[in-house]
Write a protein of this length. Sequence first.
Length: 362
Amino acid sequence: MKKIIATAAFVAMSAISANAADKVLHVYNWSDYIAEDTIKKFEAKTGIKVTYDVYDSNEVLEAKMLAGSSGYDVVVPTSDFLQRQIAAGVYAKLDKSKLPNLKNMDPDLMKAAANYDKGNEHAVIYMWGTTGIGYNTKMVAKRLGDKAPTDSWALVFDPANAAKLKDCGITFLDAPTEMIPAAMKYLGLDPRSTKKEDLEKGAAVIEKVRPFIRYFHSSQYISDLANGDVCVSVGWSGDVFQARDRASEAKKGIEIGYSIPKQGALQWFDMMAIPADSKHKDEAHAFINFIMDPQITADITNYVWYANANKASMPMVEQEIKDDKGIFPTPEVKAKLWGSKVYNKRTDRVITRLWTKIKTGK
Ligand code: SPD
């Protein structure tokens, strides 16, 4: 009898472990965008084994999504890219009955995200931020004086300033739909304009400072700013704060600042979504729901320095982060932020052509 029970227990255990081993999830997220232990905690809680890959460009993610059969179950496009990918049928509708933690989300921010995804049917906010300027306070002051316009897009788009900063290193995001509108705003144009002539004027601003730009890249600047290898980066809020944090831990006297330029800046939402061809939709829902756990979201914000949209997580977010106006801007600054524009194919082609010319000179 004992032997039968032992055999039955063994069979049951093997079934459980075979089941757990079967449960897998493929996540594709931005680089430097999750706490060290988030995935481990999810695996321990659910028994689902996660493969976690990273990217640093919406264009790269979009190419994979439009090609299909990416193999990914959860991806994190920015709201504007999300919208046109939804229109292309890339994403599955969320089954909200599997997302009880939706109750933790900030209704105002989810309403803002609904401008890109009607009824929040396909996606949930992961983190949000702004695209501004990260700078090495001492290196910039040495070249431009104490009155350096670190609060203005003129710091990087005025050739007189950019020329003086060339030797210490200026970097731009390799993100045409963010850089060209920022240059348009510097000129006093509507950064959301889709008029060809406005986009061309913005691109011309960047072409003029092109000789002074060290590189166009969307993740390398974190370590380069932190190490003093570059002095000014147009970058994403949390990434610049990560650079600041690394610099202060290294104790080499490098101080990094982040500014949302006085003319205004882009505010964006990165959204968790499930590709329509995902083979692990239950696991994907479990992951999205897990991320919306208030403590898990707070841990991520505390690690990556990005604002989240999870109201219930706020008591667990470090005070230093909640108080930082570069992460959670004041209402006055918020009023100057603009939302990502969703470009149609024609405008997208114009932007791609202008960007290629900026980067290659052709
Ligand atoms: N390292 C994480 C960067 C996340 C940036 N999201 C992209 C926003 C694009 N507007």
